[in-house]
Design a protein around this ligand. Structure first.
Ligand code: C2E
Ligand code: MG
Ligand code: MG
Length: 759
């Protein structure tokens, strides 16, 4: 393109000096040949000799000028041709043909040539020369033609100048326009070449016409090597069909552009993920001319996206599927198993005493232990079974089985996998599992229900001791369905304001002074009325709502307690602030950060920590005693008091009772109820009171309904009592704007006089 430019044009757009030189030479040769031929064939006024001399000389000059190296001469040299040419014309007129038309046209031609070859204003500068050259031969020859010829100078000279200038002007405009076009083309080319994204131009047949550097880099080839290839040759076989169909839709005008992600095959064979933007360029008749593809390398973006996606469904510690991926597997396994006439077995695995191990060997080692356990469990499973880490030390297994025998087989494999200790350079640890299994009974069984059943079974297994397993007993579908419905309602109840607290005072049996109240939760069900905790607390525990429910109870009780404190102060009631006792479920206690929750509630409500009692059950201590003790200690550190509720009904081992930072035992109402009937119960109560005394714990008796029970208990040494005899649980309004100091002062009235009066 650059070579062609130098041949055709000078930098200012005028014709190249070589071209113009050749044109001049050719004109010279042709004109002299014509002159010679015409004058020799049809002799005129001149002698043959003069014709031969003049014609011969001009012919020779024409040929000679052909060899002039115009390209090496400055352009001004061409300008020197002008006086020579004018001189030659003059000579021709004086000595050869005296034809007025030819004479004037020759001048016109010369000045057009000046316009073509020279910059603007050159013709005007040559005006004096032109006048002289035109007029001089006419004056010299002075015949009749000359006389009229002189007159023609008035037209010819301005015409020559005007044509010369007009041509030069036209040439300069042309030069400007073409340099603008060239600049535009250049910047487009640079954009194309240097664009950071790959660009390809393809024919409608999909053959590559041109690609830029970035495109070449993406597919690992030089751009020129790609020209002529079919774009499908670079496309991964799996993406060929989609590419073909998109290009077809584009060419058919069904879409204006497309954007999709596809794979190219790099020159070295690896796959390159790209995002392709395709468009088509059409002519004025709307016929497709070529295709343009913009290609962006998205390998990094995709890797990141894949990693994120993987991260979202895997447990970072063990690399196993996490809870959400597991639930997804469960969701698809249920209908599949049903269709195959099989069952889905869901196993909930919990490492026994992991907290203790973790504290003993350190958290880093604990993490490694979990990883190794994950590997072992995974290795014990059959292909198709899914193992997931549910969080903490909990794993879940999903497998499709024909029946319980197959389940037993899997359970044995899992236990076998952990039969030898996990040995690491810095520790060696035996690990046992508590396993809860639930078997699907029908496709319609919701994944969450199956999971809940397995969880309940696992809790039961924990209750049996370490290394045990329990298979959840099927309830019929109706029951499960009802439970599910109620659990949804309960969830709404917790979120809404359908839960209420009633408060039951407990008193000092000697003087009936109110020592405190226990908060007891009720559900104000919109259809079923006020429901007691038996109706929903267990359900809340089974479907994981207990933590939320318990947190609400704790907050509400403390808020109410704080309000009563303010009421008492305003009413000028003296004495000790009554305690607030709140029941805490095992699940709350095993929730990490429970102590922080309690601290947050105290902070929020302003209720004094030293007046808050938390009632825990023996069951809460069974699952993971070491962890429970740690939490209880954290709670005690807040100044909160702890008591064991329903004492005597659980399986508390006396050995760790003394390690617990509790300060009171609440004797279960069943013993109180039986007190007068059997010596056994009496003995148990006596033993509990003695035990409490020995350990320096307070003893509270609950469920006291009759005065004789109260007298009996007081005789055994139990001085704090709670029961319908003193007061039934009641809503806060019934208790009053403030707590009375003595139960005897209570508006609802007591049927009971202080023990002192009875004795
Ligand atoms: P609990 O903590 O042992 O509470 C005492 C239960 O005995 C209460 O039943 C109370 O109404 C009842 N009671 C009190 N005095 C007498 C009496 O003289 N005779 C008889 N027969 N019963 C008496 P309630 O309110 O139905 O609560 C039952 C259980 O539900 C509670 O036993 C407690 O374990 C649980 N619960 C109640 N509220 C909550 C709560 O907010 N969180 C947790 N985790 N459990 C709660
Ligand atoms: Mg209680
Ligand atoms: Mg109790």
């Amino acid at each position: 393109m650059q070579v062609a430019d130098t041949v055709k044009k000078e930098p200012d757009g005028s014709l190249n000096r070589v071209v113009i030189g050749r044109i001049a030479s050719t004109a010279f040769i042709v004109a002299s040949a014509l002159f010679l031929v015409s004058d020799l064939l049809f002799p005129g006024a001149y002698s043959k000799a003069s014709t031969l001399v003049v014609g011969g000389l001009t012919l020779v000059a024409g040929f000679a000028s052909w060899w002039i190296p115009w390209e090496h001469l400055p352009r001004s040299t061409v300008l020197w041709m002008v006086p020579f040419a004018l001189f030659a014309v003059d000579l021709g007129y004086v000595y050869a043909v005296r034809n007025g038309f030819n004479y004037s046209v020759t001048f016109v031609i010369i000045f057009v040539l000046v316009g073509l070859t020279q910059p603007r204003w050159t013709s005007l500068q040559l005006a004096p020369l032109l006048v002289v050259a035109y007029v001089l031969p006419l004056l010299i020859t002075s015949d009749h033609m000359s006389t009229s010829g002189l007159g023609s100078a008035i037209y010819v000279v301005p015409v020559c100048l005007m044509l010369g200038e007009a041509t030069a002007w036209g040439m300069s405009r042309l030069a400007e326009a073409s340099s603008e076009i060239a600049e535009g083309e250049e910047s487009i080319r640079q954009l194309f070449d240097e664009a950071p994204i790959g660009i390809s131009k393809m024919g409608v047949d999909g053959r590559i016409l041109e690609v830029n550097r970035a495109f070449g880099e993406i597919v690992g080839s030089a751009p020129e090597d790609l020209v002529g290839l079919d774009i499908l040759d670079l496309t991964h076989p799996d993406d060929v069909a989609e590419t073909t169909s998109l290009i077809a839709s584009l060419l058919a005008g069904e879409i204006d552009r497309f954007q999709f992600e596809k794979r190219y095959v790099h020159a070295d064979g690896h796959l390159v993920w790209v995002s392709v933007n395709g468009t088509v360029v059409r002519d004025s008749n709307d016929r497709p001319l070529f295709l343009i593809g913009q290609i962006e390398d998205i390998a990094e973006r995709r890797t990141l996206r894949d990693e994120l996606a993987l991260h979202a469904v895997t447990d970072p510690l063990t690399g196993l599927p996490n809870r959400s991926l597991f639930m997804e597997h469960l969701g698809s396994a249920l209908p599949r198993a049903e269709a195959a006439g099989r069952h889905v077995a869901l196993m909930f695995l919990d490492l026994d005493r992991f907290k203790l191990v973790n504290d003993g060997i350190g958290h880093d080692a604990g993490d490694r232990l979990l990883r190794r356990v994950g590997q072992r469990l995974g290795g014990a499973l059959r292909s198709g079974d899914v193992l997931a880490r549910f969080g903490g030390d909990e794993f879940t297994v999903l497998c499709e089985v024909a029946g319980e025998d197959e389940v037993m087989d899997v359970v044995q494999r899992l236990r076998q996998a952990l039969s030898t200790p996990v040995a690491e350079p810095d520790f060696e640890q035996f690990v046992s599992l508590s396993i809860g299994v639930a078997l699907s009974t029908s496709e319609s069984m919701a994944p969450a229900v199956l999971l809940r059943c397995a969880d309940v079974a696992m809790y039961q297994a924990k209750g049996l001791g370490p290394g045990r397993y329990v298979i959840y007993e099927d309830r019929d579908d109706g029951d499960a369905g009802r439970n599910l419905r109620t659990s949804n309602e309960l969830h709404r109840a917790i979120l809404g304001s359908q839960l209420v607290l009633h408060y039951q005072p407990f008193v000092n049996v000697d003087d009936l002074q109110v020592v405190g109240t226990e908060a007891l939760v009720r559900w104000q069900h919109p259809e079923r009325g006020l429901l007691p905790p038996e109706e929903f607390v267990e359900l809340a525990e089974e479907c994981g709502l207990m933590v939320q429910l318990g947190a609400w109870v704790l907050h509400e009780a403390c808020r109410q307690g704080a309000q009563w404190i303010v009421g008492r102060a305003a009413a000028g009631v003296g004495g000790r602030i009554p305690a607030m006792s709140v029941n805490i479920s095992p699940q709350q206690l095993s929730e990490p950060g429970f102590a922080d929750v309690v601290a947050g509630v105290l902070d929020d409500t302003g209720f004094p920590a030293e007046r808050l009692w938390l009632e825990i059950t023996e069951g809460a201590l069974l699952r993971d005693p070491a962890a429970a003790i740690a939490i209880l200690q954290a709670l005690r550190a807040l100044d909160v008091h702890l008591s064991i509720d329903d004492f005597g009904t659980g399986y508390s081992s006396l050995s760790y009772l003394k390690r617990l930072p509790v300060e009171a035992l609440k004797i279960d109402s069943s013993f109180v109820e039986q007190l007068e009937h059997g010596a056994d119960d009496r003995a148990i109560v006596e033993a509990i009171v003695a035990l409490g005394r020995t350990l320096g714990l307070g003893i509270v008796a609950e469920g006291i309904e009759r005065p004789d029970q109260a007298i009996e208990l007081a005789g055994l040494g139990c001085n704090i009592a709670q029961g319908f005899l003193y007061a039934r649980p009641a809503d806060p309004a019934a208790i009053g704007a403030y707590l009375p100091q003595s139960i005897a002062d209570w508006e609802s009235g007591s049927r009971f006089a202080p023990l002192a009066d009875l004795r």
